[in-house]
Write a protein that binds this ligand. Structure first.
Ligand code: SF4
Ligand code: SF4
Length: 338
């Protein structure tokens, strides 16, 4: 078996709907990307939840994925209803949770209703995880992961890499095996929400981001190790090789990031700004006039991703001739191992 990473390009005929059913959460993680000033504090009603799931449904394409998220989506009392509707529409369904699983979630869903139940954990032990996600979170999250795997759910785990936890990433592999996790998502911290405020407060410099050498010296090796142990591992491409083509998902893929105040973005990096492409008005999808993220996607720059250049210019290193040392890939382009 080959554990070399494979870049999975954007698939024609595939649609991903990231549905934030509410923005409220019981936790207060230090890197939370939810921005209530932009996306409000309301929760979808049961009726909206059903209509919005149907609104993005397309049966004429190869694959539609829906990811229910928040805030903490299991705080929504009608989440299970939304999952049933999504199944009825033919979606592949994932729920992203912080692990608290409110409203007796595990007792109210069955394994055939979910493709994946995805937990967020940012460290291999209490000290690392709880320093980022809050006191007591490691214990509750790992206890509920065990419960879910014992009940037969496909469990996946998301680890958001920052300078605070990158050096602990390798210790996740034995924990994942012990917990029975089947899929491991290694994410890179985005400069959105609270992380963006932290950057502003520290004179434009991010203290949470990791530099290219640090990322490349750790992440691919840990991903290969996890894959060798039978865990499908996915991580963002981040840096393009010279021979690789840059593509912006906003131009070539179908990803919708939907918020409960009706904003719909095509790019997650744009979520801190009112430049969304669409709005849901009276339960219909309406294109927004004026300057939106779509105009930015068309800009062709040497650095690759336009939003990365605008939001995180200090992550790009330049050669003496002024050209970028690495082009930055679309944040939605992933490497798969195993
Ligand atoms: S669990 Fe998710 S939504 Fe809740 S505070 Fe943490 S990052 Fe934010
Ligand atoms: S992350 Fe960059 S490349 Fe990807 S959709 Fe957004 S602007 Fe386009």
């Amino acid at each position: 078996m080959n554990y070399k990473p494979k870049t999975v390009g954007f698939q024609a005929g595939e649609r991903n709907v990231f549905l934030h059913v509410l923005t409220a959460c019981n936790l207060s993680c230090s890197h939370c990307y939810i921005n209530q000033r932009q996306h409000g504090t309301n929760m979808l009603t049961r009726d909206q939840l059903e209509k919005w799931v149907r609104l993005f449904s397309r049966k004429d394409i190869t694959r539609s994925n829906i990811i229910f998220l928040g805030g903490e989506p299991t705080m929504h009392p009608d989440l299970v209803h939304g999952i049933r509707v999504a199944r009825d529409c033919g979606y592949h369904v994932t729920v992203d949770t912080n692990g608290y699983l409110f409203h007796d979630f595990l007792e109210r869903v069955s394994t055939d209703m979910l493709d994946y139940l995805s937990f967020s954990l940012d460290g291999p032990d209490r000290a690392v995880n709880d320093g980022i996600r809050g006191e007591g979170v490691f214990e509750i999250c790992t206890t509920n992961i065990r419960k879910a795997t014992e009940l037969g759910f496909n469990v996946s785990l998301i680890y958001t890499v920052s300078s605070r936890n990158i050096d602990h990433l390798s210790r996740m592999v034995p924990l994942l095996i012990d917990l029975g996790v089947k899929r491991f998502f290694i994410q890179v911290i985005g400069i959105r929400g609270k992380s963006a405020s932290a950057v502003q407060q520290s004179a434009g410099k991010s203290t949470l981001q990791v530099d290219p050498e640090h990322w490349l010296s750790i992440v691919p090796e840990v991903a290969a190790k996890a894959a060798e142990c039978g865990i499908k591992t996915i991580y963002p491409k981040v840096y393009l090789e010279n021979n690789e083509v840059f593509e912006c998902a906003g131009n070539v893929a179908e990803n919708f990031f939907v918020f409960p105040n009706g904003r719909v973005y095509l790019c997650p990096l744009c979520e801190d700004y009112p430049i969304h492409s669409y709005e849901i008005k009276d339960d219909q999808l309406v294109e927004v006039d004026g300057l939106t993220e779509k105009q930015l996607f068309k800009l062709d720059i040497a650095e690759g991703c336009v939003m990365n250049k605008l939001l995180q210019p200090d992550t790009i290193a330049y050669l003496p001739d002024g050209s970028p040392r690495h082009r930055i890939s679309c944040c939605l382009l992933k490497q798969h191992v195993g």
